[in-house]
Design a binder for this molecule. Structure first.
Ligand SMILES: [Zn+2]
Length: 157
């Protein structure tokens, strides 16, 4: 165990090839979500909002869509429930939190950066990602190059 790895990581998390997104600052939660969607599309995962999601109070919680199923999801359609049932859940713990600060900007924090599974090669099974087109991805890449703080880049090493 090296000091760089939190001791709570499981072997399957240590073996997962999916890289973590970078923390950073965004003008809106939509921008933050768009960045995570684009990162997931590139690396083979998708995130969904969870019951900890409270955008009105400046909090957005996004978890890997292969997390264990939440029992207390409310307000989702029968169609959504079917989709959730048919996707492969494996208890992935990867999740991200975006918090709104008094300056109206959203800070993106990677709370659990490791997945415990291989990337998905069938991104068509992630409905939220199909809406992104190449132009949007280019825009997001440009946005991130301007915004990633230097300390986030050194954290990878
Ligand atoms: Zn995952």
């Amino acid at each position: 165990m090296t000091p760089l790895q939190p001791p709570s990581l499981t072997p399957s998390e240590l073996a997962s090839p999916i890289p973590a997104p970078q923390p950073g600052w965004f003008d809106s939660w939509q921008d933050a979500k768009a960045y995570i969607d684009a990162h997931g599309m590139e690396h083979g995962y998708a995130v969904t909002s969870t019951h900890g999601d409270d955008k009105k109070n400046g909090k957005l919680k996004l978890a890997c869509d292969r997390a264990a199923k939440y029992d207390n999801l409310s307000g989702i359609s029968e169609n959504e429930k079917l989709k959730k049932k048919s996707s492969r859940k494996c208890g992935c713990r990867m999740y991200i939190l975006a918090r709104k600060h008094p300056n109206d900007r959203w800070e993106l924090m990677i709370k659990h950066e490791r997945h415990n599974h291989e990337p998905s090669h069938d991104m068509a099974s992630h409905p939220t990602l199909r809406r992104l087109n190449a132009d949007a991805l280019d825009q997001i890449a440009t946005m991130m190059m301007n915004r990633v703080p230097p300390r986030a880049q050194t954290a990878v090493i």
